[in-house]
Design a protein around this ligand. Structure first.
Ligand code: PMP
Length: 374
């Protein structure tokens, strides 16, 4: 038998990637993934890319793109510069690099619950033990041995859609600074905003501390380009560059060039406004349909941004059984239990509202509602 590493013994299939396969079946209505609406991949007429991009490039990414990203990040209040910006092969790569940087078997990591399941999967793979963050008192319970790193999505969280208040953000930064905890902030949804709320990065208040802040072009340009970026405090940035070099040398240069054209396009701001309008309308139509079909069976709050509704059903509803019955009827969603760092059962579910057309969403929610009513 092949001799594998100890960590390979624990490799488990990602429930979401599995469901993406099911969602490819014809006629499926999927609320399961976090897929942007294909309408938003606005056709941008691109000139042919320069041939020199076919050559190897720098690990940190294309200088012009790093400059452009650094400008946006400085506007958010982050202490950074182009030489502390690294382009990633999707922000999922940033999760992997941060995990490699920090986690040994048994390393304590502070996470929200629920939390982004593909990050939990990576952290588990490297051997992390989880502590749950209490937003109202971050740092409570850190005691003698604080966690090495806190991983948070303060703005339009995946899966809950929640956005932290200014006070919660400041308290989190203060707690991490006080105990030398690395703050890892994942911020792919920041530009998908539908209602006023505080979006200042927590990392903007981490002066003197250790932090990693990352963003993504998956939700605002196109996920298939696989392009994200990170910036980090000066103590961590060079180490992350070396880990990236070992992982893939550098990010695809054609993707970087395409995204730069997109960012520099004069119609960009207007297009982002259209994307937000589209998603706000989809969210509102989804909320109406939810009220009609699930109003007496579930509770939720209207997400002020991002791509998801988080639903809580009556205690005792077996969401896995519900999912099986939904799949038989051509409807997919993600059970909330997958997002719980502490594991266990949960009568919650995550529904994506950006992909399905309103008419299909209506039919899909009607199916879930009818099954819940038995
Ligand atoms: N972080 C969060 C919170 C996400 O929701 C996602 C995508 N669903 C990612 C990271 C990864 O995104 P990408 O690799 O496409 O940038």
């Amino acid at each position: 038998m092949a001799r594998l590493s100890m960590r390979s013994a624990d490799i488990k299939p990602s429930p979401v990637r599995e469901m993406l396969n099911v969602s490819q079946r014809p006629g499926m209505i999927s609320f399961a993934g976090g897929l942007p609406s294909p309408e938003t991949f606005a056709g941008l007429a691109l000139p042919p890319p320069p041939r020199e991009l076919l050559q190897y490039g720098p690990t940190e990414g294309e200088p012009a793109l790093r400059e452009r990203i650094a400008l946006d990040l400085a506007e958010l209040g982050l202490d950074t510069s182009p030489d502390r910006v690294m382009v990633l092969s999707g922000s999922q790569q940033g999760v992997d690099l941060a995990a490699k940087l920090v986690i040994d078997a048994g390393t304590a990591l502070a996470v929200e619950s629920p939390a982004y399941l593909a990050a939990l999967q990576v952290f588990r793979f490297y051997g992390a033990r989880f502590q749950i963050i209490d937003r109202s008192a971050p740092g409570a319970g850190w005691g003698e041995t604080p966690p090495s790193m806190a991983y948070v999505i303060p703005t339009f969280q995946n899966p809950s859609g929640h956005c932290w208040t200014a006070e919660e953000r400041q308290a989190m930064a203060a707690a991490c600074r006080a105990r030398d905890v690395i703050l890892f902030e994942d911020d792919p949804y920041r530009d998908l905003v539908y209602a006023p709320c505080d979006r200042r990065p927590v990392c903007a208040d981490m002066a003197g501390g250790s932090w990693i802040y990352q963003g993504s072009f998956s939700k605002t340009v196109a996920p298939g380009l696989r392009l994200g970026y990170l910036t980090a405090s000066p103590d961590l940035f060079p180490l992350l560059v070396q880990l990236k070099q070992a992982a893939d040398l550098h990010t695809n240069r054609l993707s970087q060039w395409m995204v730069l054209q997109y960012l520099n396009d004069p119609g960009r701001a207007q297009r982002m406004e259209q994307v937000r309008d589209l998603y706000r309308r989809k969210r509102d139509a989804f909320a109406d349909a939810l009220t009609r079909h699930l109003g007496d069976r579930a509770s939720w709050t209207l997400p002020p941004g991002g791509l998801f509704f988080w639903l809580t059903l009556a205690d005792g509803v077996d969401v896995e059984v519900l999912l099986q019955r939904c799949v038989e009827r051509g409807v997919l969603f993600t059970p909330g239990a997958h997002f719980l760092a502490e594991g266990g059962a949960s009568s919650t579910m995550r529904l994506n509202f950006s992909l399905a057309e309103p008419e299909a969403a209506e039919r899909g929610l009607a199916v879930i509602g009818a099954l819940l009513r038995g």
